[in-house]
Design a protein around this ligand. Structure first.
Ligand SMILES: Cc1cc2nc3c(=O)[nH]c(=O)nc-3n(C[C@H](O)[C@H](O)[C@H](O)COP(=O)(O)OP(=O)(O)OC[C@H]3O[C@@H](n4cnc5c(N)ncnc54)[C@H](O)[C@@H]3O)c2cc1C
Length: 380
């Protein structure tokens, strides 16, 4: 058993870290205030191969393992978890195109997805169905030329901002097998967006409803095979859970590093606050939590890369554990900054706000427990 990263993996991490420090961190607060991420950022990330991290090399992607990809998300999140998490969603879409699109569709969309000239969003959730995603009601009706889609998708990261959307819609019966996946481009007649959601965190990412009203698309915009859409949508989630965990880990690590420095400078009762043993113990607890989270996350990623039968269970366990550990550590870091932790200038309150949603999306942490419990009961 070898727990060390390879030289190449260290280089991937360092490259992402350096990019984040130079091109993301200095602007993260302004982008949050503006409620948007400049589109010019994406092609710069794509030049590093981050537009298709685990898209096969054969199809022009970087062909990285899921473990490698967690290093990218951990490193970028040290600069801004909201930006890093948005990149994760685009990568989930790029991988769906890589894995399931016909040659014709892949040729049409994948190059622009890899160069990030086209940014993609993932549309599964609806106002009436989140955790119970298979209950979705958006309808795809066959027409002479293709399909007409009608329905509303809720909470879409990049809604009204992205260039194209992968939409899961019901083309058949009420079961998960009645769901297909489609690509809909921005500007398609009948496609519109709700108002900008006013959120606690991830504020630099625009979140809107995506509304389809008799939205006509050609048959060639069906992704893969009809009736397989729910399977495709679920397939990306194990890896998505690793990515979101890595985003929590990187941001919490950044908060801890900043807190260590702050505690050397901040004085109370005649000495710097890092002299108080009660506070030293909190630092130790934070370090223990993050190291445990990192090891668990990388083990889960290794299992997914190696296709072990318990990979889904480990991805779910890691998602629950790491996102909760990340939020606990970030909250402690805010506390150790005293009143300054509560001020936007110090950046810690943004991390606390940004990380909270990681316990809700990519499957809530209750659903993660459900996956684990089901597996345990089945194996008993
Ligand atoms: C900022 C943000 C960005 C998002 N981006 C996207 C996106 O880009 N694309 C997309 O498709 N979706 C996106 N989502 C949606 C997200 O995936 C859902 O919010 C999430 O799946 C939960 O669904 P819900 O909000 O409908 O909650 P519900 O499913 O209504 O859950 C409510 C509560 O009940 C619990 N619960 C539900 N069922 C069970 C059960 N069987 N057992 C125990 N507890 C249960 C949940 O854990 C939760 O605590 C985003 C959400 C947010 C907040």
């Amino acid at each position: 058993m070898d727990f060390a990263l390879t030289e190449e993996q260290d280089a991937i991490f360092d490259m992402a870290r350096a990019f984040g420090e130079e091109h993301i961190a200095p602007h993260a607060q302004a982008w949050e205030r503006d409620g948007t991420i400049p589109k010019e950022l994406w092609p710069q990330l794509a030049e590093l191969g981050f537009g298709g991290l685990y898209v096969s090399e054969e199809n022009g992607g970087s062909g990285l393992s899921r473990l490698d990809a967690t290093l990218v998300f951990e490193a970028l999140s040290m600069a801004c978890p909201s930006v890093a998490a948005f990149l994760s969603i685009h990568n989930m879409c790029a991988k769906m195109l890589d894995s399931f699109a016909s040659d014709e569709m892949r040729d049409r969309y994948l190059p622009a997805a890899l160069s990030m000239e086209k940014v993609f969003s993932y549309c599964l959730t609806e106002p009436g169905s989140g955790s119970d995603a298979a209950a979705l009601r958006t309808r795809a009706t066959a027409t002479d030329q293709g399909y007409s889609l009608t329905g509303t998708k809720a909470f879409i990261s990049g809604g009204g901002y992205s260039d194209a959307y992968i939409v899961m819609a019901r083309s058949g019966d009420d079961s998960p097998r009645g769901i297909s996946a489609f690509v809909i481009e921005d500007g398609t007649a009948g496609l519109s967006y709700g108002g900008l959601e006013d959120k606690m965190g991830w504020r630099s990412q625009p979140t809107r409803q995506v509304q389809m009203d008799d939205c006509h698309i050609p048959a060639t915009n069906l992704l893969g095979t009809e009736g397989e859409g729910f399977k495709y949508a679920m397939k990306g989630l194990d890896g998505g859970r690793l990515n979101i965990s890595a985003c929590s880990l990187g941001a919490a690590q950044a908060a801890l590093t900043q807190t260590l420095n702050y505690m050397a400078e901040r004085k109370a009762f005649g000495k710097s606050i890092d002299h108080f043993q009660a506070l030293q113990f909190r630092l130790a607890d934070a370090e223990i939590e993050l190291q445990a989270a990192r090891t668990f996350l990388r083990q889960a990623a290794w299992k997914l890369d190696n296709g072990t039968p318990d990979a889904t269970k480990f991805c779910a366990m890691a998602k629950k554990f790491v996102t909760e550990a990340g939020s606990r550590v970030a909250d402690q870091c805010l506390q150790l900054h005293g009143g300054y932790g509560y001020l936007a200038d110090y950046g810690i309150e943004k991390i606390v706000r940004d990380l909270r949603v990681h316990q809700i999306l990519e499957g809530t942490n209750e659903i993660m427990r459900l996956i684990v419990a089901r597996q345990l009961l089945a194996e008993r």
